[in-house]
Design a binder for this molecule. Sequence first.
Ligand SMILES: *[C@@H]1O[C@H](CO)[C@@H](O)[C@H](O)[C@H]1NC(C)=O
Length: 400
Amino acid sequence: MADKRNWGFCLTVCLASFLVANADIKVSAPVGQLFVFELQRETFQNEFEPFLKHYAGRVYNDPMVFKCNKQSFPDLPEWLRFTQRHPYDNGFLYGTPMSAGKSIIEVTVINKRSYDTFRERLIINIGPRANKMPFQAEFFIKLREIEKVLPSTVQAAIKQDVMRMWETDRLEFVNITSALDRGGRVPLPLAGHYEGVYVKMGSDQYYSKCLLKLQSPDHQRQCEAGGRRETGDCAICTIPSNCITWCKSILIDLSRPVAAPPAPSMGSGVLEAGGQYDPLDSPPTRDYFLDYIVTVLVPLVLAILLCLLLAYIMCCRREGVEKRDARTPEIQLYHHHTIHGNSSELRSMAGARGVPPPLSSLPMFNFRTGERPPPLQSDSPSIPLIMAQHEPNIDSLPRK
Ligand SMILES: *[C@@H]1O[C@H](CO)[C@@H](O)[C@H](O)[C@H]1NC(C)=O
């Protein structure tokens, strides 16, 4: 009984580990060469809909986005970059590893239609340098975008062209970089405008005569003068979009020893060994009186002047008091006089109340019919606050 349980347990574990092991993708990459891994949507589509395709015969084409990171890290390793232009395009992991080792990349696929996710591990075994490539060259391809250059067929076509220029077939890609990563500009969203791509290739064969022209002073002068020389005499491109820009291409010769940078020269402020630090004297005192005058007194004087001006306008230039000798008691008298006049005017108006008041000032005047309620009993001590409505249509309503 226990044996059987053990067997079952082992089977599950083994199956699980087999499945996990199966989910990993293993690839290898040599140091110093371009590594490209294409994340194909089609493959992951099968992972999302394994049965639909086989049994229902239905094939989806879902938008998918990929998230890639180094295992248990938030980002990718330094040497690896990821690009995917659009959820309907494949993604690419690419870069040039510079030291041997193992990189485990977690790829999370998000299906943008069903919002299913799927995770896969990509194990990159970085092996030792396959071949030395002391002679390198970098070409600029103007009419390309990074995603359009990374597929292996396009890489092969570019390699073919460079092989003919270099006159060797011992060529490898070292790096492919979007011009945007080098400070290039995002192009206008128009046909015929591309970001541009830098392609770096290396070989153990010395440069051909043709490529050596890139180093001639003649070439540099021409490029500086016009910059119009898009293609050199020996630039070869079988497909127009793979044509290189001759003036932006350079040769990188790693076989020559690199001159060591000059040793840093000491400045005057460095203390000699065993010396004693002698602090500087404190700076001479400065007279701040002028600054004080400018920052405090000038605005203060201005403010006082403005105040005086405002006071003059408010007190002596008021409407109706324009008399030159309008002294204070006279103003008060004037005020008193007007208040007196107004109140007597109101009194006389109140005395002339014999006229019937306007209809609209009466309580409960029906403004539509002009009907007035029967006069109130003047002897009733209190007037009801809300009186019955005398609207004919309300009266005609059936009573409950
Ligand atoms: C490849 O290009 C990227 C981006 O320009 C750069 O960061 C990286 O150092 C390059 N790698 C090599 C080996 O040239």
